[in-house]
Design a binder for this molecule. Sequence first.
Ligand code: NAD
Ligand code: LMR
Length: 329
Amino acid sequence: MAQQPVTVTVTGAAGQIGYALLFRIASGQLLGSDTPVRLRLLEIPQAVHAAEGTAMELEDCAFPLLRSIDIFDNASEAFSGTNIALLVGARPRSQGMERADLLEANGGIFKPQGEAINAGAADDVRVLVVGNPANTNALIAQAHAPDVPAERFTAMMRLDHNRALAQLAKKLNVSVNDIRKLTVWGNHSASQYPDIFHAEVNGTTGAKAVDDQAWLENDFIPTVAKRGAAIIEARGASSAASAANAAIDHVYDWVNGTPEGDWVSAGVPSDGSYGVPEGLISSFPAVSRGGRWEIVQGLEIDEFSRERIDASVRELSEEREAVAKLGLV
Ligand code: NAD
Ligand code: LMR
């Protein structure tokens, strides 16, 4: 029997991630090669015309799975009936802007979007927040969607996960396919902690295979954690194709399940696991089963990892306190 179309809403559709993402969604890479999609694009009024240009190009690809494209400058309409919401559009930090100002400006975007998802999205809606600060923006949207199960709000940590996989594979001169069970913990920020102690590489752990503490501390961890800034410095713009690729990976795995014998990193609401305060949207080792993310349990966390996880989680707690003061959560 032919599959029913799935409605996917993408915000910030005229931006650079939007441009790298939409064609992959329409070609079937987000949900699978037999799932038709209806696209609903949300932009600010000034960028709607640019989004129309992208829609013309999407049409010109004649993708067999693409059933419709609608463009809105209004969140209520954009999220009406949506099954998958990719919240990409956000307010970037401008020069001289304090963190509290950035959080407040993003509150002005993610609060109404959460409300619109609550009011009109499909019952099975799944939300991935990409726009920065992604974890706390996800928390804001979630707080304004009380009728949607909290676990449906996630933040993108898959780019960090993929970056860590690539750096470790390069160091060990192996394929990324040879590495399993790598984890990035915490916040999508420079405080994140890529953990190779539980990673498996050809019958040993990532840390043993590397056997180089100096590289781990002074090269691997900072390279992964500061990769976003390095790309901005080199490209003059933040990562776009790799961010879109990670969004595809996250949603594909959420819907279709993660491979047996492996896990990925996902920003999901904490249930208190590993000492992360309940409710924070923090990155964990996670598997997807039956369309739901589950935090992998029972990993031994040594002192080295504990310190780093705690530091990143502390930053998330501070962000939550800051948006609570603004009345956003
Ligand atoms: P961009 O500036 O090219 O595009 C952002 C788009 O969002 C713009 O077209 C803008 O008009 C739109 N927009 C702004 N406010 C909106 C609103 N209220 N509703 C709908 N659309 C709105 O930026 P980009 O390079 O596409 O990046 C988007 C976001 O993703 C940024 O916040 C960036 O920092 C973040 N990002 C996150 C990750 C991650 O791993 N989580 C990685 C890369 C980038
Ligand atoms: C990234 O990790 O590439 C981005 O989050 C960087 C940014 O600040 O947009």
